[in-house]
Write a protein that binds this ligand. Sequence first.
Ligand SMILES: *[C@@H]1O[C@H](CO)[C@@H](O)[C@H](O)[C@H]1NC(C)=O
Ligand SMILES: *[C@@H]1O[C@H](CO)[C@@H](O)[C@H](O)[C@H]1NC(C)=O
Ligand SMILES: *[C@@H]1O[C@H](CO)[C@@H](O)[C@H](O)[C@H]1NC(C)=O
Ligand SMILES: *[C@@H]1O[C@H](CO)[C@@H](O)[C@H](O)[C@H]1NC(C)=O
Ligand SMILES: *[C@@H]1O[C@H](CO)[C@@H](O)[C@H](O)[C@H]1NC(C)=O
Ligand SMILES: *[C@@H]1O[C@H](CO)[C@@H](O)[C@H](O)[C@H]1NC(C)=O
Ligand SMILES: *[C@@H]1O[C@H](CO)[C@@H](O)[C@H](O)[C@H]1NC(C)=O
Ligand SMILES: *[C@@H]1O[C@H](CO)[C@@H](O)[C@H](O)[C@H]1NC(C)=O
Ligand SMILES: *[C@@H]1O[C@H](CO)[C@@H](O)[C@H](O)[C@H]1NC(C)=O
Ligand SMILES: *[C@@H]1O[C@H](CO)[C@@H](O)[C@H](O)[C@H]1NC(C)=O
Ligand SMILES: *[C@@H]1O[C@H](CO)[C@@H](O)[C@H](O)[C@H]1NC(C)=O
Ligand SMILES: *[C@@H]1O[C@H](CO)[C@@H](O)[C@H](O)[C@H]1NC(C)=O
Ligand SMILES: [Ca+2]
Length: 586
Amino acid sequence: MRTTSSLALASTAMVVRAASLSDICTTSYVSAALPVTGFYTGITINPDSLTVNAVANTTVTGQDFFPDATFDYCNVTFTYSHDGLNDSVTNNFWLPAPSKFQNRYLSTGGGGLAINSGDNSLPAGIIYGAVAGKTDGGFGGFGNNLDAEGVMILANGTLNWHAVKMFGYQAHKEMSAIGKQLAKNVFSMNGTKLYAYYQACSEGGREGWSQVQRFADEWDGAITGAPALRFAHQQVQHLYSGVVEKTIGYSPPPCELEKIVNATIAFCDPLDGKTDGVVARTDLCKLQFNINSTIGLPYYCAASSPSGPFGKRQVGAASTPAQNGNVTAQGVAVASKIIDGLKDSTGKRAYLSYQPAASFEDATTSYNSATGEWEVAVSGLGSEFPVRFLEELDADNFEAGQFANVTYDTLRDWMFYGWQKFEETLQTTWPDITPFQQAGGKVLHFHGESDNSIPTASSVHWYESVRSIMYPDLSFNESTTALNDWYRLFLVPGAAHCQPNSLQPNGPWPQTSLAVLIDWVENGNSPETLNATVLQGDFKGQEQDICSWPLRPMWSGNGTSMACEYDQASIDTWMYDFDAFKLPVY
Ligand SMILES: *[C@@H]1O[C@H](CO)[C@@H](O)[C@H](O)[C@H]1NC(C)=O
Ligand SMILES: *[C@@H]1O[C@H](CO)[C@@H](O)[C@H](O)[C@H]1NC(C)=O
Ligand SMILES: *[C@@H]1O[C@H](CO)[C@@H](O)[C@H](O)[C@H]1NC(C)=O
Ligand SMILES: *[C@@H]1O[C@H](CO)[C@@H](O)[C@H](O)[C@H]1NC(C)=O
Ligand SMILES: *[C@@H]1O[C@H](CO)[C@@H](O)[C@H](O)[C@H]1NC(C)=O
Ligand SMILES: *[C@@H]1O[C@H](CO)[C@@H](O)[C@H](O)[C@H]1NC(C)=O
Ligand SMILES: *[C@@H]1O[C@H](CO)[C@@H](O)[C@H](O)[C@H]1NC(C)=O
Ligand SMILES: *[C@@H]1O[C@H](CO)[C@@H](O)[C@H](O)[C@H]1NC(C)=O
Ligand SMILES: *[C@@H]1O[C@H](CO)[C@@H](O)[C@H](O)[C@H]1NC(C)=O
Ligand SMILES: *[C@@H]1O[C@H](CO)[C@@H](O)[C@H](O)[C@H]1NC(C)=O
Ligand SMILES: *[C@@H]1O[C@H](CO)[C@@H](O)[C@H](O)[C@H]1NC(C)=O
Ligand SMILES: *[C@@H]1O[C@H](CO)[C@@H](O)[C@H](O)[C@H]1NC(C)=O
Ligand SMILES: [Ca+2]
C-alpha cells in the first residue's frame, strides 16, 4: 500500500508542473477545489469565508524545525462548521507552487494550550514540497488558546466539552481530512498517492500522538517532539517543584539552583566521553554524580531584570537583587527531591521528573522586595490545571491560600482525577497502536535530554509502554527491534524543551527531521540514528548522529567518534513503576 514506486510518483507529478503559483492562487481556482461537503460527515465548509493570497519571497532563517529557505506560497484560509452546532473553525493552508509540490501534505500543531504555532511551523511543509495546515480549533482565532476567554469554560462550573474534544484530537482529524482533500483537488492528483505527515513539539507532540493512537491511516508519518503525553500527570507535575520547596520549607534563590545545575553539567559532561559542555548521558550522571558534593559551592548572580535566563516565571518582581552565597544543604535537598520525582506520603511513586543537568524552571522562586525574601512561585502551567480543568473555573491561578494546603498527596489525587476525567480527550496514553502500525505508519519521536518542562523520562516511559503492550511475547531486544521498525525514539543530548539549550550550547539539534521522516516513509530508509546539527556554540554547523533508544551515546578518542552503546545499568535508570496508582500508567 505504501510501497508504490517513488519514481512513478515523481513522473506523475511532472504533469502538474505546467501550472504556476499565480495560476492556482486565485479565489476562483481554490474555491472550485474546496471540498465543501460530502467527503467528511458532520462538517460543512463555508465557501464565502475563503481568502486566497499569494506570498512571494518569504525568507526563514535560524529555525529549529527546518533549514533556512526562501520560497513562495499560496495562503488559503476558510472556515467550516459542525453540522447542528453553528460553530466556526478556521483552517489555514499554505500551498507550494505547482512546480515545487511533491505529493505531500503536512499537519502542524501547537504548544502550551495552543493548538497551532501561528505561521512558525508551516514553512517546513513548503520547504519539503507539501501543502501545510494549521487549525484554530474553533477557539475564535489562531491566537486563541484553549484557555482563551469563553472557549473552554462557558461559565464557572460549565465546561465546554466540545472545545476540549476539539483540542484533544478532533480538530486535527478534521484538518487533515480537509487539507489532504484540498491538496488532491488543487493539484489534480487523480488518485496519485498523497503522502501525509505531521510535525510538532510539546503540546503539539501530544496532538500528534492523539491521532496516531486513534487513526490508522491519517498520516504516513509523524514527528512528535517532547510530547505532553499523560496530560493530567504532566500538567500537575509542573506544581511538584513548588510543593517540594514548600514541604522542605526552603525557597532557594534561583542562582543557587543555577549553580547546582552548572556543577552537575561540569561533573557529568565528560561521562559521555567528550568534554564539550554537553551532558549526553544523564543516566550516567544519575549513577555517578553525588549532588551533595555541591554543598558549599559559592554562587553569584548579578542583579537582573525578570527576563533573565532563570527568571522567566518570576511574578510581581520588577527586578532581582544580586545573589551571593554558598549552596546550602537545603538547596541540595530541594534539587535532589525534584529530580527524584513525586512520591506520595506513603512513599509510593506517582510520577517521574526532570533529568539531572536540566535547569529547575518550575522551581524558580520570586523575590519579594518588601520582605527581601525569595518565595515559592507557583507554576502558572501547573496551577491552571486544577483550577480550570478540574474545578472548571474561569481562572488560571489558585485562590489566595489555596496552594498552602497542597501536598504530595494532593498532587497524586489531582493526577488521578485529571487522568480519569480527561482519559478520552487529553490524557493521550492509548498504547496499542496496532492499526497505525498495520497501515504502515512511521513515528519519529525525539525529546531533549535536558528538557526542563516535560520530563525526558516521560517519552521513554511511553515508548516502553508501547513496546511492552504491542509485543508482550517478545524479549526486550526482540520487541525493541520490532518497534524500531516503525517507531523510534531519540533523546537529544543536552537539548532543552523543544529547542537547543543555552546552558549546553554545543549540543546537536535535529533540525531536518522532516527530511529524515520523508526518507523513511517514501524510500524505506530507516533512521538508525537521527541526523542533527549543532546550531550554536563552539561547533556550530557540525553534523552529529543521535542514538535511537535504548542505545546510548558514548564518545571515544576525546570526542572524535561516537558509538551507540547498550548499557543495562543506564537503561534501568529510565524505568519507572507508578505504584501510587492501581491501574497501569502508560
Ligand atoms: C524574489 O526576489 C528576487 C530577487 O530579490 C526577484 O528576482 C524575484 O522576482 C522575486 N520573486 C517574486 C515572485 O517576487
Ligand atoms: C493569510 O491569510 C490570512 C487570512 O486572510 C491573513 O490573516 C494572513 O495575514 C495571511 N498571511 C499572509 C502572510 O499573507
Ligand atoms: C450562528 O452564529 C452566528 C454568529 O457566529 C450568528 O450570527 C447566527 O445567528 C447563529 N445562528 C443560529 C441559528 O444560532
Ligand atoms: C489529472 O487529470 C486531469 C484531467 O484529465 C489532467 O489535466 C491532469 O494533468 C491529471 N493530473 C495528474 C497528476 O495526472
Ligand atoms: C552557569 O553557567 C552559565 C554559563 O553556561 C553562566 O552564564 C552562569 O553565570 C552560571 N551560573 C552560576 C550561578 O554560576
Ligand atoms: C546527601 O545528603 C543527604 C542529607 O544529608 C543524605 O540523606 C543522602 O544520603 C546524601 N546522598 C548521598 C548520595 O550521599
Ligand atoms: C561561603 O563559604 C566561604 C567559606 O566556606 C565563606 O568564606 C563565605 O563567607 C561564604 N559566603 C557566603 C556569601 O556566605
Ligand atoms: C469564576 O471564578 C473565578 C475564580 O474563583 C472568579 O475569579 C470569577 O470572578 C468567577 N467568574 C464569575 C463570572 O463569577
Ligand atoms: C486549607 O486546609 C484547611 C484545613 O483543612 C481548611 O480549613 C482551609 O479552608 C483550607 N484552605 C484552602 C484555601 O483551601
Ligand atoms: C540486547 O542487545 C544488546 C545490543 O544491542 C546486547 O548488548 C545485549 O546483550 C542484548 N541482550 C540480550 C538479553 O540479549
Ligand atoms: C543525514 O545526514 C547525512 C550526512 O550528513 C546525509 O548524507 C543524509 O542525506 C542525511 N539524511 C537525510 C534524510 O537528510
Ligand atoms: C580533547 O579535545 C579538546 C577540544 O577538542 C582539547 O581541548 C583537549 O586538549 C583534548 N584533550 C586531550 C586529552 O587530547
Ligand atoms: Ca559531554
